[in-house]
Design a protein around this ligand. Structure first.
Ligand SMILES: Cc1cc2nc3c(=O)[nH]c(=O)nc-3n(C[C@H](O)[C@H](O)[C@H](O)COP(=O)(O)OP(=O)(O)OC[C@H]3O[C@@H](n4cnc5c(N)ncnc54)[C@H](O)[C@@H]3O)c2cc1C
Length: 435
């Protein structure tokens, strides 16, 4: 059997294929558009003449998830519910522990299909589940343009090393998509979660309260954002993307994080503009930088210990400067409440608290200053991860950990030595003020 999008699919194990349905556990690509996992599941259901069941598990104990991120996530699930229903496909939403729920549903399935994960904690959860499942299992890499295993088999040290590998394959992967019409019946499911009213569903979950942001989740909202970006900002992306005053950004990162929109769909739409200069500038961020971050997350086993994650030159130089005097010293609470002496930094932090997002250029400044005003790099790393994961709608993502680690020298090079940072790149207010 020739599988569609075969290069995106890995067979995790062969098992008992006598179950009564095909199970797609949607965990990572919460959308019905340009979702290779979904299309592959439909294809398999048609081939085997078994019905398809799509399962989403809302696990309230999911690490660092809170009211803000759950609201966005559930809004995305609402779109999935509508889209699957239009394609006559059953969608089961369950609330509870992944480790219990997925194996329970997989018990009666002939095949389990899962979105590929990149972060160490999500890979661990999958491995744990796979041990408890007896059916045949496939993983599908649908959230990257070039599948992480195909792009490279090692942890890439920098954008310059992964760029040629991705560029060589990008055209072929841009076009590897096929849509299949589901031919099977719709299985009856229980309505465990009423998504008509997301607020009520959220209150029932009883997760940590972080005030929600105005940005609404889901594929349909992501498409509106993309169209607005093309209309108003895309034409000046290459020139002005680093200017925080002009706000020339797509604001798609949270949608990408939850898999509400695919890289492939964004790129295909941008190609239609025939604006090569801005397409290439956007490609550099969306594909090269983002897929470098995913390559990193995929090749590490945890993201806890700063010094095991950054290059040795950066560990050495930061350690040599750990005793340097800091002109300002703040604790987590002062950072969190935007109570530093620096109004630019405070306004970036307030933006994070209120909107769930900081402009990319300011985000670098935000991170670099936390290093400068904290007693040690390890503590600075913990503070940054805590704030980013709690408040950023696009947090808890490979891009987030790598963006933070970049502030400590990851995927960067040594610069002229100075206080606190040693040879790690420094950022001052100068450029920001000029802008
Ligand atoms: C300290 C720090 C923390 C960060 N935390 C996150 C995070 O939690 N989640 C996150 O998605 N990004 C993070 N970034 C990277 C970057 O700031 C965001 O991706 C970007 O601001 C998202 O806004 P946008 O979608 O409007 O970007 P656009 O400029 O419109 O870019 C389009 C897409 O390209 C990707 N992209 C853009 N810049 C980068 C980059 N530098 N590295 C990797 N991918 C990129 C994103 O997926 C983004 O959505 C962080 C950067 C730093 C310095």
């Amino acid at each position: 059997m020739d599988l569609p999008f075969a290069k995106r699919i890995s067979k995790i194990k062969s098992g008992n294929e006598s179950g009564k349905y095909i199970l797609y556990w949607m965990q990572g690509a919460f959308r019905c558009h340009h979702n290779h996992s979904l299309e592959f599941s439909i294809w398999l259901a048609n081939q085997t003449k078994k019905p398809l069941l799509v399962l989403a598990v809302v696990d309230p104990s999911f690490p660092k998830a809170n009211f803000r991120s759950y609201k966005f996530f559930l809004e995305g699930l609402k779109d999935v519910m509508v889209d699957l229903s239009q394609r006559n496909i059953a969608f089961q939403i369950e609330v509870g522990d992944f480790l219990k729920i997925v194996p329970k549903y997989a018990e009666s399935a002939s095949f389990l299909i899962v979105d590929k994960a990149y972060l160490p904690n999500l890979r661990r959860i999958r491995r744990n589940i796979y041990e408890r499942v007896g059916s045949t299992i496939f993983e599908v890499d649908t959230n990257l343009l070039v599948p992480v295993d195909v792009a490279s088999d090692r942890k890439e040290p920098a954008a310059r090393t992964i760029r040629p590998k991705i560029l060589r394959l990008s055209e072929a992967f841009l076009n590897d998509f096929e849509w299949f019409e589901y031919e099977g019946p719709r299985i009856e499911v229980d309505d465990r979660m009423n998504l008509q009213n997301v607020e009520t569903a959220l209150n029932d979950l009883q997760v940590e309260y972080v005030p929600p942001c105005s940005m609404v989740g889901g594929h349909s909202e992501a498409m509106k954002k993309l169209e607005r970006f093309i209309e108003e900002k895309f034409h000046s992306y290459a020139k002005f993307r680093n200017d925080p005053n002009l706000d020339v950004e797509s604001k798609l990162s949270a949608y990408l994080h939850f898999g509400h929109i695919s890289t492939q769909e964004i790129l295909k739409r941008l190609k239609q503009t025939d604006d090569v200069e801005n397409y290439e500038a956007f490609f550099e961020q969306l594909v090269i930088r983002r897929e470098l971050a995913h390559n990193f997350a995929y090749h590490v086993e945890d993201l806890e210990d700063l010094y095991s994650l950054i290059p040795s030159w950066a560990v050495k130089t930061l350690a040599q400067h750990v005793e340097d005097e800091r002109e300002y010293l703040y604790e987590l609470e002062q950072f969190e409440k935007a109570q530093t002496h620096d109004e630019v930094w405070n306004s970036a932090q307030r933006q994070l608290l209120e909107t769930g997002k900081i402009h990319n250029y300011l985000r670098m400044y935000w991170g670099k200053k936390i290093i400068e005003w904290t007693s040690s790099p390890k503590k600075a790393y913990q503070i940054m991860v805590y704030l980013n994961d709690k408040y950023a709608l696009d947090g808890r993502d490979p891009n987030g950990y790598v963006g933070i680690l970049w502030c400590f020298g990851l995927h960067d090079r040594p610069f002229r030595e100075r206080k606190i940072f040693g040879k790690v790149r420094y950022m001052g207010l100068g450029k920001i003020k000029r802008r």
